[in-house]
Design a protein around this ligand. Structure first.
Ligand code: PLZ
Length: 431
């Protein structure tokens, strides 16, 4: 029995079954590489699900956290506040889109940022309705899962869902949902079942993450902005997965020029330490009364110290530019693979900056998903030393999320492994 086998059986016996895991038990990680309990080395194209944009253990992040740990690790911001939280709020107010007074609150997870953004929108508008999108992922809390646009496994067995949450279709040309059709559906929803004047917020990911790396067209985001302005609805950009330089701009919304009212951030914000934020229009963020929002660990000093270093690294190492360069390299390779004979399984290659994916199908069309091939490629890549993540509402998308600090030779090595893994998975199927 290997160490990993032993750990797997202890996990199965001791840990909740609902907490799904892969078979790689981490022992050590450095920038874009990770070593497991067997001493095997992997290139990490998961980055902790888009968290380690600055790589594992970036030296500046580690130094900042170590120095904070020397001073204090926790006081609770509500009890004994600290300057670093205030300074991070100032930085996020300046970094997020929009030329108007902004304010920030810090929490711990992406789901919590989403929850608080909705609470602010409700308190501000005095309304309760929320519109999100099919295929969306907004977290695993009660409101987060209700907003999430996928039933299994996220909502199954966990009802009743909170009321007054409606889902509109997310535009996706490859799946046959045009931008115009998606907008028409939304207008129909407002005409038939949801009074737009009862809607507090529309929440949208600029690039759907768990839903399959589907990019929201700029025109669609502009139309949502118009609808929100027309009816007095708060527009929330969920930048938990797309934000923090991943797409080649600081935020996914920056590509469209559309300015949301509130932005939720997490994941890449603190380089592996749990921290999330809601930043946006001061009057909306200020709508809840004092004591109405917060939390024991919200804005933890160690995570805040990490976030300051992450923002410095994004600027100093020009990680937005690196994301563009990484993305161009990845898409060139994926398109090259897709163009080859026998690679009809690669149905769609898409991405924004370093947020890239390809969709696996049986016949190049958007409506013939190949989930078994998808998991076979992920498993094959893992055997060959590359950690990949799948996603997509139909489990047939492979997303590539390298740290934005990955050396170019490791990126090339990983893409070679990826190509060989697709070939091997196809061969195994043909055999
Ligand atoms: N909003 C856009 O992508 C988290 C989920 C992993 P938390 N995505 C990874 C899993 O299976 O639970 C996510 C996201 C967007 C919100 C969230 C939620 O962030 O930090 O996981 O709560």
């Amino acid at each position: 029995m290997t160490v990993t086998d032993q750990l797997s059986s202890r996990k199965a016996a001791a840990v909740a079954r609902g907490v799904a895991t892969r078979g790689i038990y981490a022992v050590r990680a450095e920038n874009a590489e990770l070593w497991d309990a067997e001493g095997r080395r992997y290139i990490d194209f998961a980055a902790g699900i888009a968290v380690n944009n600055t790589g594992h253990r970036h030296p500046r992040v580690m130094a900042s956290v170590a120095s904070q740990a020397e001073a204090f690790t926790h006081t609770c911001f509500h009890v004994a506040p600290y300057e670093s939280y205030v300074a991070l709020a100032e930085r996020l107010n300046a970094l997020t889109p929009g030329d108007f007074p902004k304010k920030t609150m810090l929490v711990t997870t992406g789901a919590e940022a989403v929850e608080n953004a909705i609470k602010m929108a409700r308190a501000f508008t005095g309304r309760s309705g929320v519109v999100s999108f099919s295929g969306a992922f907004h977290g695993r809390t009660l409101l987060g899962m209700a907003l999430t646009g996928k039933v299994a496994p996220y909502k199954k067995g966990f009802g009743a869902m909170p009321p007054e949450i409606a889902h509109a279709p997310f535009p996706n040309d490859f799946h046959g949902v045009s931008e115009a059709a998606a907008l028409e559906h939304l207008e129909r929803l407002f005409a038939s079942s949801v009074d737009p004047e009862r809607v507090a917020a529309i929440i949208i990911e600029p690039v759907q993450g768990e839903g399959g790396f589907v990019i929201a067209p700029a025109g669609f985001l502009r139309a949502l902005r118009d609808i929100c302005d027309r009816y007095g609805i708060v527009l929330i950009a969920d930048e938990v997965q797309a934000g923090m330089a991943r797409t080649g701009r600081m935020f996914g919304f920056d590509h469209s020029g559309v300015v949301p009212d509130l932005v939720t951030m997490a994941k890449g914000l603190a380089g592996g330490f749990p921290l999330s934020a809601v930043t946006g229009r001061a009057e909306i963020v200020d709508a809840p009364d004092p004591g109405g929002v917060g939390g024991t660990y919200a804005g933890n000093p160690l995570a805040v110290a990490a976030a300051h270093a992450v923002l410095d690294v994004i600027a100093d190492e020009r990680l937005c530019d690196r994301a563009v360069e990484i993305g161009e390299t990845i898409r060139a390779r994926l398109n090259h693979i897709a163009d080859q004979q026998g690679m009809e399984c690669v149905g769609d290659v898409r991405g924004l900056g370093a947020m890239n994916a390809f969709e696996l199908v049986t016949d190049r069309s958007g409506n013939a998903p190949d989930a078994p091939l998808t998991s076979a490629i992920v498993a094959e890549a893992e055997r060959r030393g590359l950690i990949l993540l799948s996603c997509g509402t139909r489990y047939n998308v492979i997303r590539l999320l390298p740290p934005l600090t990955i050396p170019m030779d490791q990126l090339a090595e990983a893409l070679d492994i990826l190509e060989a893994s697709i070939e091997a998975a196809l061969m195994a199927r043909a055999a």
